[in-house]
Design a protein around this ligand. Structure first.
Ligand SMILES: Nc1ncnc2c1ncn2[C@@H]1O[C@H](COP(=O)(O)OP(=O)(O)O)[C@@H](O)[C@H]1O
Ligand SMILES: [Mg+2]
Length: 333
């Protein structure tokens, strides 16, 4: 498979100091669903903005569908679709009108545009709401409309920046189905960013976990989870005692790590380990505040690689993206 996207040592520095993207190299073969997973501020939107020609990299190279984004921005734009993390649909227009504007910007001739728009409204189950103003749409409907806008010109590569930000879990799961169908029907290459662990797990064939502008791990979701190898039992002492010698001596303890005052014991099966740990601490006269079994997850991978908990809930709507969107609307960076 030829590569749809290649990044070579991409760097983006804002204002001379903020290294939003800090030496990222990756490749995405055609037809793959690739995800960038990372917390807020990790550099995801900046990555998408570079790949979609909205932001120039400080250094390094980005190739999209065989074209250098810095040298051939217009050609790249014709081949890609984009839906940004902030809502982009115009509330004062109907769903159909939003799609007509998008088709017009893409230079699709009217008869073809009408056919395409009808098809997309059906696919996204928006036909009954097509002639209503978008300001009356639910969050899920808006997201579907934005997805339709992103693919109105049948792009080869689709970029989705946090496509389900702000949707409730049910709305999110519903939206994933639309994306899955779209991929099945069109074979479009998908490059999506998310800070939802479950979204990355469900939707992406391959992932790069990003933090502070750098890739900290790449692989299939199941491969990444295997990296943590087995269960982890997290033990917190009541009075800050050093548990390392006690826990290391428990039969079945493969490794002991301390992160933020919590002891993490690697083992094959957490359920078998907990009673042994409790007994060992009891014998040593140490009082335990809590014991918890953690199964292999992307959350655990992130914690092990960065020494920090991955926090999904701290969502914050980026203001930068909306500025860029204005550029996109105008058609010029
Ligand atoms: N236009 C900009 N000017 C200055 N700093 C920016 C700009 N856009 C993003 N940043 C900063 O770059 C870092 C990465 O931001 P961003 O790419 O939006 O991350 P994410 O999408 O993962 O939340 C953050 O520290 C953010 O504040
Ligand atoms: Mg972002």
């Amino acid at each position: 498979m030829p590569d749809a996207i290649v990044c070579e040592n991409l760097v983006k520095v804002y204002g001379g100091v903020i290294r939003a993207v800090d030496g990222v190299s990756l490749d995405v073969p055609e037809g793959e669903a690739f995800g960038l997973l990372g917390p807020n501020g990790a550099g995801k939107t900046t990555m998408v903005s570079i790949l979609t020609t909205l932001v120039r990299p400080t250094s390094g190279r980005a190739i999209v569908d065989g074209l250098d984004v810095a040298k051939h921005p217009e050609e790249v734009r014709r081949r890609i679709g984009l839906a940004f993390q902030v809502s982009t649909a115009d509330g004062e227009l109907t769903g159909r009108e939003n799609l007509e504007v998008a088709a017009g910007l893409q230079g699709i001739p009217a008869p073809e545009a009408h056919r395409r728009i009808r098809e997309l409204l059906e696919q996204m189950q928006l036909a009954p709401a097509a002639d209503r103003l978008v300001k009356g749409y639910s969050g899920g409907m808006r997201r579907r409309l934005e997805l339709a806008v992103g693919v109105v010109h049948s792009p080869k590569i689709l970029f989705l920046d946090e496509p389900t930000l702000g949707l409730d879990p049910q709305g999110r799961a519903g939206f994933w189905d639309y994306i899955r169908h779209l991929r099945k029907d069109t074979g479009v290459t998908l490059f999506l960013t998310t800070h939802y662990l479950e979204e990355a797990d469900q939707l992406c064939e391959r992932l790069a976990i990003v933090d502070h502008g750098k890739i900290v791990a790449t692989g299939r979701p199941d491969e990444l989870k295997q990296r943590t190898g087995g269960d982890t039992v997290v033990v917190k002492p009541s009075h800050g005692e050093d548990l390392a010698p006690i826990l290391s001596a428990v039969p079945g303890a493969l490794a002991v790590q301390v992160i933020a005052g919590a002891y993490r014991v690697k083992c094959d099966r957490g359920e078998a380990m907990v009673p042994l740990i409790v007994t060992a601490c009891d014998r040593a006269g140490v009082e335990i505040a809590s014991v918890e079994i953690r199964k292999p997850s992307l959350d655990e991978v992130f914690l092990e690689l960065t020494g920090r908990e991955y926090r999904e809930e701290d969502t914050e709507h980026g203001g930068w993206a909306s500025e860029r969107l204005g550029q996109m609307r105008g058609g010029r960076p």
